[in-house]
Design a protein around this ligand. Structure first.
Ligand code: PGA
Length: 254
């Protein structure tokens, strides 16, 4: 049914040389693992050289962000057309962008629309803060984020959602598989409400937040969880390979 997807979000790490070294260290092993889609998301400056290194490979490339305008006087920004030349995927609305760069639901929505228009698959990030979690607001927060991000979007075919509780990102404190599975099932219901059962059933929804080789199995065992968006652990070749191979073993058993 849904092909599992493991994406590595390298964030603001690796120079071009380091990025190439990291890809070289995992490429061959990743190629051997079947039935999982593998995506790496290095910083913008490494996209072109990494693409060259991955040519002919099944490993796909994602960007970590884009701006919504096609071109023009937006110093320092990268347009969907530029990303589309290099990448199949783009991470949009990551909580770090919402937090440090003040991306609102409206901005995230514009970026989603722009990515889809440019034929880039968005990995759309949503998730509640620690405070919202403690106040038991998780469901209303993710619902609202989904609605805001997808406002006016008619077709979400191919789009991927990453549920990343903010309190679990980079903290070493992950959600339990069960908690994440439950919230992801709820997100899928929201998609069903907006786009119908068929679309909801096909949509891949990932978990993200302190995923490592030590806890990957717990998430992959949840039928609602279709893979992971991995931060810190994606910077270590052995860790990333291990997570991808656990996803393949567990998901192909089902
Ligand atoms: P982490 O990051 O795995 O380092 O917690 C995940 C993410 O931010 O996508």
């Amino acid at each position: 049914m849904r092909t599992p997807l493991i994406a590595g979000n390298w964030k603001m790490n690796t120079t071009v040389d380091e990025a190439l070294e990291l890809v070289r260290a995992m490429k061959d092993e990743l190629e051997k693992i079947a039935e999982v889609e593998k995506v790496v998301c290095p910083p913008f400056v490494s996209l072109a050289p990494v693409k060259e290194l991955l040519s002919g490979s099944a490993i796909k490339l994602g960007a970590q962000n884009l701006f919504f305008a096609e071109k023009g006087a937006y110093t320092g920004e990268i347009s969907p057309l530029m990303v589309a030349d290099l990448c199949e995927y783009v991470i949009i609305g990551h909580s770090e962008r919402r937090q440090y760069f003040h991306e609102t639901g409206d901005v995230v929505n514009k970026k989603i629309v722009a990515a889809l228009q440019a034929d880039i698959i968005p990995i759309m990030c949503i998730g509640e803060s620690l405070e919202e979690n403690e106040r038991e607001k998780t469901k209303s927060v993710v619902s609202e984020q989904v609605r805001a991000a997808l406002a006016g979007v008619k077709s979400v075919s191919g789009l991927v959602i990453a549920y990343e509780p903010v309190w679990a990102i980079g903290t070493g404190k992950s959600a339990t598989g069960e908690q994440a599975g439950e919230t992801i099932a709820f997100i899928r219901h929201n998609i069903a409400d907006l786009y119908g059962e068929g679309t909801a059933r096909e949509m891949r929804i990932l978990y993200g937040g302190s995923v490592s080789s030590a806890n990957a199995a717990e998430f992959m065992q949840q039928p609602e969880i279709d893979g992971a968006l991995v931060g810190g652990a994606s910077l270590k070749a052995g860790e990333f390979i291990n997570i991808v191979s656990q996803a393949s073993a567990i998901k192909s058993r089902k």
